[in-house]
Design a binder for this molecule. Structure first.
Ligand SMILES: Cc1ncc(COP(=O)(O)O)c(C=O)c1O
Length: 163
């Protein structure tokens, strides 16, 4: 058996080696087709828009979603911000209590802290030595969420203006 000379890279949550097929598919858009898909007054924009549309359709089909449900972001931080703040705002009328875990990545914790400043309540659950949440703690936080909603609503002054 031959041992690899380079260290094995395992932190694929931090960044991921790109599949060579993806690199090959992307290369033209870094070189001779450098269009912005939002530029709809010239060929390069049309080519880029067509490529984004095709990519969106392929990803949607792969995960059994609708193309309009696929949003491309620059990375995980942007996606987490978009999802957490977007869901919080979309469900304002239903509740203003978020439940997360203390071990979450800052890309999750920071938007939660931001929402706290707007008046949301955030519960930061602890985890055990295996990184697992105690389900009884989660259920208790959910119960508190249901009963505390009226109070949370009263404290959301800045967000309330957008109701
Ligand atoms: C779990 C997790 N979430 C979010 C991020 C942030 O990712 P990005 O650099 O794509 O914004 C990382 C990066 O290490 C991560 O490990």
């Amino acid at each position: 058996m031959t041992l690899p000379t380079a260290p094995l890279y395992l932190d694929c949550q931090a960044t991921t080696p790109v599949d060579p097929r993806v690199v090959a598919a992307m290369l033209p858009y870094f070189t001779d087709q450098p269009g912005n898909p939002s530029s709809q007054s010239h060929l390069y924009g049309w080519q880029a828009a067509a490529a984004v549309k095709q990519a969106r359709a392929r990803i949607a089909a792969a995960i059994n979603a609708q193309p309009q449900e696929i949003l491309f972001t620059s990375g995980a931080s942007e996606a987490n911000n978009l999802a957490i703040k977007g869901v919080a705002e979309a469900y304002l009328a239903k509740g203003r209590h978020l439940i997360t875990v203390q071990t979450e990545h800052p890309a999750v914790l920071e938007p939660c802290r931001y929402l706290e400043k707007l008046g949301f309540e955030v519960t930061y659950l602890t985890v055990d030595s295996h990184g697992l949440v105690n389900l009884a703690d989660l259920a208790a936080a959910q119960r508190r969420s249901r009963s505390a909603d009226g109070g949370n609503r009263a404290r959301c002054s800045r967000v309330d203006r957008r109701d």
